[in-house]
Design a protein around this ligand. Structure first.
Ligand code: PBG
Length: 324
């Protein structure tokens, strides 16, 4: 047969495949989410095999080992004791609280590690919502933003490099930027959860932090999974308000959103491969139904190919070990 065009020629050897590869995945693209708790012990998380809630001492060790393998950044998620959860979520801006203590310990031990913090009230709020809840069950936007600003300032004082508002309140990026700048923290970046969907894939995470809403759901602030144009609207707002990085979450089921934001904005795009995406791969591998390592790498490569510059993933350390 005289076929003039044969795409297979570009796949015929490992060397040629290396030359024509369009997307790369390295530990340098990854952000490692870490759970932490009070005390001296670590607690494995049932629904997230391989993940623990770390005490501060071992959090520092785990983060340091991942960093030594090439992972540039971690993001922190605290399990706050029930007795410290209140309707006003005051513990979120307590300078001696768990997160500020962890930030200080991480920065002291690993000065080149980038420390990112989640800014939202759910781990601290006895209602389990990302915002303050009124007596009649509404999520109070503007009142929440005041508390988020205090939370972000507390993290900045402790030495956080990047704050990541995951609450989806309107106008919070502008408010956080003004609050940070007003206090002299002009170098602290904002990684905004721009398109955060009201997703069932967050289930294992909420179990790990005991942070599920006590009543209702998060649909009045997180986005409807049916919507894509709305993500562009959120992105335009976050960009205008001064965000440094835009995030899409979850990642795998929302690759179209990653690609659209990549095309619409010149800002760096982050994507969060969330707890449910992680668990699905772990569960299928545990049953012997999938090759965990190959699917892990393919899932992350797909997120990079869609346009994510960086990926938050519970696999960060595993990927770095594999590539070491
Ligand atoms: C809280 C927050 C959530 C996640 C990150 N930050 C949960 C939620 O919005 O209910 C989910 C991460 C994951 O599932 O891995 N604001």
């Amino acid at each position: 047969m005289n076929l003039p065009i044969r795409p297979r020629r570009n796949r015929q050897s490992a060397a040629i495949r290396d030359l024509v590869r369009e997307t790369d995945l390295t530990p340098g693209h990854l952000i490692y989410p870490l759970f932490l708790q009070e005390g001296e012990a670590n607690t494995p998380i049932d629904a997230m095999p391989g993940c623990q809630r770390w005490c501060v001492r071992d959090l520092v060790k785990e983060a340091g080992e991942a960093h030594a393998l090439g992972v540039p950044a971690v993001v922190l998620f605290p399990r706050i004791p029930d007795e410290l959860k209140t309707r006003g979520a005051e513990e979120c801006h307590h300078d001696a609280g768990l997160v500020p203590r962890a930030i200080r310990a991480l920065k002291a031990a690993h000065p080149t590690l980038t420390v990112i913090t989640d800014v939202a009230l759910d781990p601290y709020n006895s209602d389990g919502h990302d915002g303050l809840v009124s007596d009649d069950g509404r999520i109070l936007n503007d009142e929440t933003i005041e508390v988020l600003c205090r939370q972000a300032l507390c993290h900045a004082r402790a030495g956080a490099d990047i704050v990541a508002p995951s609450d989806m309140m309107d106008g919070r990026v502008a408010a956080l930027r003004a609050a940070l700048d007003g206090a002299g923290h002009t170098g602290v970046s904002i990684m905004s959860y721009t398109a955060k969907y009201a997703s069932a894939y967050y289930g294992p995470f909420r179990g790990a932090l005991d942070s599920a809403p006590k009543a209702g759901d998060k649909k009045t602030y997180q986005m409807d999974p049916a919507n894509a144009r709305e993500a562009l609207r959120e992105a335009a707002l976050d960009e205008a308000e001064g965000a440094d990085i835009l995030m899409v979450k979850p990642a795998g089921p929302y690759l179209d959103i990653i690609a659209r934001l990549r095309a619409a904005s010149t800002l760096p795009i982050a994507a969060y491969q969330v707890s449910g995406e992680y668990l699905m791969i772990k569960a299928a591998a545990a049953s012997g139904w999938l090759d965990e390592e190959k699917v892990m790498l393919e899932s992350l490569l797909g997120i990079r190919r869609a346009g994510a510059d960086m990926i938050l993933t519970y696999f960060a350390r595993r990927v770095a070990e594999k590539m070491a």
